[in-house]
Design a protein around this ligand. Structure first.
Ligand SMILES: NC(=O)c1ccc[n+]([C@@H]2O[C@H](COP(=O)([O-])OP(=O)(O)OC[C@H]3O[C@@H](n4cnc5c(N)ncnc54)[C@H](O)[C@@H]3O)[C@@H](O)[C@H]2O)c1
Length: 530
């Protein structure tokens, strides 16, 4: 356990073992334990049952929320057993997810009924003796709330020590959660995590067949290893290897995946795993969302860009001659395994280009994230695994927060396009010879210069962003790429609304806004003319 472990919250229906397990984990790790119901009873001088009966459920939930907030604010409790319905409060649940590690304990209804028995002290069971129906109803009602967690852990037929081991592992590792109700998934970050693909496929309900989509550069060793891990877990793993790079992000590649899947005789219980960069991830996600009207999808990103950006959030698609990503769907992955080992085979220039995504995420996130990148710039440029994993974690956590708020990009998610209005255009104007990350770095430089000209950013912020990008080894020379071809692509950009382009304008770290700019003004603002 690190110096100051975050709090561990145990959730789950009544009878799932929250208090027993919580006490066992706390005593094993010699940390403090709070049972939320017991705390409420002590503070209120009344049994939970009684508060429920006399004041009603809404009032009990209010007391429960306030008590939980106090326990959080005290900061002493490390293991906290929640009440069965505590996580039904969305705001509170999201706070547990952000502040600590939230684990849901599960067991089949019959097992829960057996464990709670008559349970005269369980208010929601006291509605009658139909314990099974009541419990089954509650679990169904709360399914989306229970699903938003760092891990759902099965408890039936397992020794308490084994369950504790699993929970402690999750607590230590703390995956990033993308909380989307029953479509919640986790991003696991670290060396070797790709080996978990078999277990994650099984948890996603995938049976028998899995398509492993990759490109020629990633095939050896990463896609092969993925197939081996899947095969070791009993899956028939079908390889699909595409030519690498943006020129492959076409309908023809999608067709190649569709055909391989159909020839392999996939069914609705089959799955698809994309092992590769953003191109493979976007193509694989699109194919998974359309095959048999949607099959389960997992991501094993192998570039920095794919780890911090494209593998999380569910945007899929491919390019058309008219522009990038013009055809696509939203199809969230069931799991994302960011195995930092994969970065070891990435060509240096490609890896450095990916740092642009880290810079973008840090600038959106705020001062702490930017300062961390400034501190670690050299180590990141050299590909040091520790700082790289840490920076990936921060960037993914930011993306997860934004996606949870705005899954379909109707608001805040648009901020993630920072640097992309001009970035996409320069990339396209270069015939995709310019690397995406290099284009985004140049695009960010233009964006902050425009922000400066519009009074949103000051000179110090602009100079700081340029220094950071340079320290990361990224280009900061957009001028020579701001030609007629680039502006033609800007005006064709899909974000254009009428005669305006919605440009993401960075100010100081953490202070980015979206500003519609008339196309007629944009060229002048970008070039710095009066
Ligand atoms: N879906 C989204 O939300 C989203 C977000 C951002 C970007 N994108 C898309 O992502 C794409 C860019 O992604 P990218 O930069 O990862 O490009 P990419 O997939 O083309 O990968 C870059 C190059 O690195 C190679 N490569 C990948 N992993 C490797 C490894 N571990 N070792 C050796 N070589 C490896 C690839 O074969 C390719 O040649 C663009 O198409 C962009 O539109 C999507």
């Amino acid at each position: 356990m690190s110096e100051d472990p975050p709090p561990l919250f145990l959730s789950g229906p009544m009878g799932s073992g929250k208090s027993t397990l919580g006490r066992a984990i706390a005593s094993r790790l010699r940390v403090s334990f709070v049972d939320l119901d017991a705390r409420i009873e002590a503070e209120q001088g009344a049994m939970v049952m009684q508060i429920f009966k006399e004041c009603g459920e809404p009032e009990f939930r209010r007391i429960e929320r306030e008590t939980a907030e106090r326990v959080l604010a005290e900061g002493r409790a490390k293991v906290i057993a929640l009440g069965g319905g505590t996580v039904t409060d969305r705001a509170l649940r999201r706070r547990f997810l952000e502040r600590g590690v939230l684990v849901t304990l599960r067991a089949p209804v019959d097992e829960l009924v057996r464990r709670v028995g008559g349970a005269a002290d369980r208010p929601l069971l006291a509605r009658g003796d139909q314990a099974r129906a009541v419990l089954a109803g509650l679990i169904e009602e709360r399914a989306a709330a229970y699903a938003e967690c760092h891990a759902a852990v099965e408890t039936e037929g397992r020794a308490i020590d084994a369950i504790a081991d699993e929970v402690i592992r999750v607590w230590r590792e703390r995956p990033v959660v993308v909380p989307l109700g029953e479509r919640t998934y986790r991003v696991e970050i670290g060396a070797g995590v790709a080996a978990r693909v078999g277990v994650r496929l099984a948890q996603a309900g995938v049976e028998r067949t899995v398509l492993v989509v990759s490109d020629w550069n990633v095939e050896e060793p990463w896609a092969r290893r993925c197939r081996e891990h899947a095969a070791a877990a009993g899956y028939r793993a079908i390889p699909v290897s595409l030519p690498p790079g943006e020129p492959s992000k076409t309908l023809a590649s999608v067709e190649a995946i569709w055909d391989a899947a159909l020839e392999a005789g996939i069914d609705r219980a089959s799955g698809l795993v994309a092992v590769g960069g953003g191109v493979v991830g976007d193509l694989g996600g699109f194919a998974a969302s359309t095959l048999l009207r949607g099959i389960a999808f997992g991501q094993i990103p192998t570039t920095l860009l794919a780890m911090v950006d494209s593998s999380v959030g569910g945007k899929t698609g491919f390019d058309r001659p008219q522009g990038k990503n013009l055809i696509g769907t939203f199809h969230q992955p069931r799991f994302v395994l960011c195995d930092v080992d994969a970065l070891s085979t990435l060509e240096r220039g490609e890896r450095i280009a990916g740092l642009a995504e880290l810079a973008k995420a840090a600038w959106l996130d705020g001062e702490d994230a930017v300062a961390a990148l400034e501190r670690d710039a050299e180590a990141l440029r050299e590909g040091a695994p520790g700082p790289t994993a840490e920076a990936i974690r921060r960037a993914v956590a930011l993306k997860a927060r934004i996606v949870a708020e705005d899954e379909r990009e109707r608001g805040r998610r648009e901020l993630l396009n920072l640097g992309h209005t001009f970035g996409h255009a320069m990339e396209a104007a270069s015939g995709f010879r310019m690397r995406h990350g290099e284009a985004v770095a140049r695009g960010m430089v233009i964006a902050i210069r425009i922000a400066q000209r519009l009074g949103h950013a000051d000179g110090a912020a602009a100079a700081r962003l340029e220094r950071l990008l340079e320290a990361l080894g990224l280009p900061i020379d957009p001028e020579r790429h701001l030609d007629a071809a680039t502006f033609a692509f800007v005006s064709a950009d899909k974000k254009r609304a009428g005669a305006e382009v919605r440009v993401v304008l960075p100010g100081a770290p953490g202070d980015t806004r979206i500003h519609p700019i008339r196309l007629a003004d944009l060229e002048r603002l970008a070039l710095g003319g009066g």
